[in-house]
Unconditional design. Sequence first.
Length: 376
Amino acid sequence: MLLIEADGKALFAEHGIAIPAGHVVTAGDVIAPPADTGPWMVKAQVPVGGRGKAGGVRRCGSPDEVADAVRGMLGGRLKGHAVEACLIEQVAGGAERYLSLMVDPPTYGVRVIYLTEGGVNVEHGDGADRSGRTCAPELAAIVATLNGLLAHEAEAIRAQVADVGRKLAEMLLVRELALAEINPLFVGEAGCVAGDAKVVVDLNAVDRQPRIAELIAARPSIYLDANRKLAEGFDYVELDPEGEIGLVTTGAGLSMMLIDEMTARGMKPLNFCDVRSSQLRGSPQRLVRVLEWITSRPSLRVVLVNIFAGITDLGEFAALLAAAVDASPNLRVPVVARLVGRGAADARRILAEKRPDIAMEEDLHAALDRIAAVLA
Ligand code: GDP
Ligand code: MN
């Protein structure tokens, strides 16, 4: 999961990587520049790259301009995300470099990329001299690689970048990150300063990473999906806040396939989820939670429950589903259940008895046709 820049920079600072002086403002805060000498950057804090090109990064010459920029961004949307926080910081200067360390699962290594031409075009793949290297995640190896790549640099600059590289590598390993990227990394006379932070944390490692858990918990709405996962123990990802079809599904691959199928038919799924039907342990609670999250979206028009049962008994599942719908008074849209596999006949009988309003299908396309009829 991608952290917002301000949180990534907080981790940088904790690992000794210099960042510009600055602070975060949210709605209702007094807007003041971080120090009395400008200019300043105002940057929308949304967990997505390419903010510069989308109008989420502004250079401001006066405190009034800072206030204007913040007011213009807060409460708006950027690249599909609500802007709930802005970072105000002093402008950093120097040459723009790109430095990135990314875990490379197939080789159990770390991909190191250093570019002397950093900036907003790198993310789009049109950076000038992109050089990728894979090496074992030993700090010495990473530093050696960086030194090799930087052979043409002046000695002093080389030492500075190597120092940031070493600190970034240590951060990647100590915090168990998937990605730590600095673009731009400003390299000037006074040393290196991280102009941006792209830090991807591994949610599966959060149990061992109290600091990451703390950063996530501190922003319940920006990291909504991650907070849900940590609290409830299963995956739920909102795909489209204006989606119309709420999904209660199991199996990551199957759920993704279902979403592709719906998108191909021009439908708008709201969420991805994996309720892990085999782990409900006789309680409808997890299903109630999902229905709660889905129904909180005004655009919701229909719910599709899609369970392909191997271990799960569909009779038991149908009883839990009926109980969950009973316990969800806010659910005011039709529910279509596509239940296929072990115990499907029992499930049909139980739903007919307890919740005859839930339409059950075993065939996927029949279920999607029912969805289409509701949406028509
Ligand atoms: P991104 O587009 O989401 O990656 O946002 P960035 O934080 O990388 O900002 C986009 C661009 O704005 C950078 O590539 C820089 O060119 C510029 N920029 C950002 N911060 C600073 C800064 O402190 N000083 C200067 N001179 N430029 C900056
Ligand atoms: Mn950037």
